[in-house]
Design a binder for this molecule. Sequence first.
Ligand SMILES: Nc1ncnc2c1ncn2[C@@H]1O[C@H](COP(=O)(O)OP(=O)(O)OP(=O)(O)O)[C@@H](O)[C@H]1O
Ligand SMILES: CCCCCCCCCCCCC/C=C/[C@@H](O)[C@H](CO)NC(=O)CCCCC
Ligand SMILES: [Ca+2]
Length: 551
Amino acid sequence: MERPSRLLLVSELRVRNSAYDVSLSRSLLTWKRRTSSPVYHPFRPSVCHSVSVSEIISVREEEEENGCKDDGSWKKINEREGKDCRQAFTVLHVERCPQHRWRCAEVSFTCPEAALCQRWVTGIREQLAAIASRPKQLLVYINPYSGKQHGKHIYEQKVAPLFALAGVTTHVIVTEHANYARDHLRTEAELKKFDGVVCVGGDGMFSEIIHGLIWRSQVDGGVDPNCADESLLPSSLRIGIIPAGSTDCICFATVGSNDPVTSALHIIVGDSQPMDVCSVHHNNTFLRYSVSLLGYGFYGDVLTDSERKRWMGPARYDLSGVKMFLTHHYYEGTVSYLPARGIMGTPRDASRCRSGCVICQHNGRLISKKAERYQMDEETDREGEGEWKTIRGKFLAINAASMSCACPRSPKGLSPAAHLADGTTDLILVRKCSRFDFLRHLLRHTSKDDQFDLNFVEVHRVRRFCFTPRHCQSDSDLDLRENGKHQIFGQICRNHPACGCAPAYSSWNCDGEILTHTAIDVRVHSNLIKLFARGIEEPTVFDDLTNPCAI
Ligand SMILES: Nc1ncnc2c1ncn2[C@@H]1O[C@H](COP(=O)(O)OP(=O)(O)OP(=O)(O)O)[C@@H](O)[C@H]1O
Ligand SMILES: CCCCCCCCCCCCC/C=C/[C@@H](O)[C@H](CO)NC(=O)CCCCC
Ligand SMILES: [Ca+2]
């Protein structure tokens, strides 16, 4: 509880015609109803409220209904006398709703005199202006074709008015084609003018934004993105996601809901959530970055099939999901991985990555210390931190989840205990099994049962991994896609009934985009980007203790 000496303003004001003791400190705005009777009244609703200053959106001066507005006579007299007659102000603030949703609520305070009202408005505005983490100028990209193609409407109706209320200025760009946002960020955008980038769309659009920003940071800092062993430079601009796509798993897993208003409020209050990014290379050539799912086999095939059904909108994934489940293809290959050693947490933990996650903070610090040590001693063997393990086999799915990948289809996600910023990815290997068993595994993504507790599934928390497919036609480890033969062999294997074997290749689903190669080298870069989010909030039993009214 804060000491009274820290209070910046204390007044008796009126809220809905009742008298309240209102106080403002650097961290809290509190209003407590004055009671005429000292006797405890069991049926009286709660009379004390507080809102964190960091969650105030803005403050608006109001004109007093009875005096200023009515016939104007009172106002006119005041104006003639050079007095400001505004005696009420409204505070717009974050209100928490079920399912991690935030709303903009408001409370109006009436003051006995205009000068006091002005002191309050100025006092609150000064506190808001002192919050350095709040963005003032944002660069907004809207993909008009995401999800159900409502991106533009969502932004204009739900988000832009909130930014205007909060005094956030924006430069809005509606993309004209795929990779428009990525290329604009890479080459043209004057990033120095902005405090963050907002992406209105789905996971694919978010992927464009991080590709533009990460590329720009490397080029500006002289880092070669093609070198798989290079440590990447973090991007200084935070990214906000206004969900308007088909899966929106990055928004869901970092905020807890896919709600544009909630996301806009997290941006306005200047939240910050660090995130791991995987770089994907093939033969020391950069392919893509991934923050959510890298999936070969089932999820790669679902994506390939669903791309042809884009016109169906989000339902395309359900149809392709059922189709690929029935197709039941498995793929042969070799997975090598570098287990994450000395870190806190395992993929089978019951605890979850939540706002202020201790595991992310601990592991993030540990990994950056290791990186510093490596930079000081160039001779150190980077892979000396652990031993590579190799698994050869036939797999229905190979998934790397760098975060839980929670989404409305699977609220706990592909790897429920994965962390947003712990410097690792969870490598999930689903070996060839019966359709019935695979269905059991898939259905467990939507229930409380553990999807890893099956003898054909294994999961490893890793820092790096490589995959090499085994070919249908030969044992060579060459990736035939490179010289164009894959298409031919792929077709023969898929379509030729006499072949009898599964198709040679699947494709990698990299955050919803198809990779051009199947043999890949994946490395996790801890805390490479930051989002305007705070991780999923969990109400705690201590919440009441932080509320001075409760004590
Ligand atoms: N103006 C545009 N015209 C066509 N495609 C675009 C345009 N702008 C972006 N894209 C591309 O559209 C693709 C899909 O976008 P997005 O991810 O926003 O929606 P989604 O696929 O419906 O959602 P999710 O990725 O969450 O499943 C991305 O690959 C992106 O590069
Ligand atoms: C037959 C019963 C099946 C029930 C299975 C439910 C399992 C759902 C797990 C969902 C995991 C989503 C992982 C997120 C991946 C995103 O990066 C990507 C881009 O948005 N989306 C997809 O690839 C879309 C993937 C859609 C998969 C269905
Ligand atoms: Ca992670």
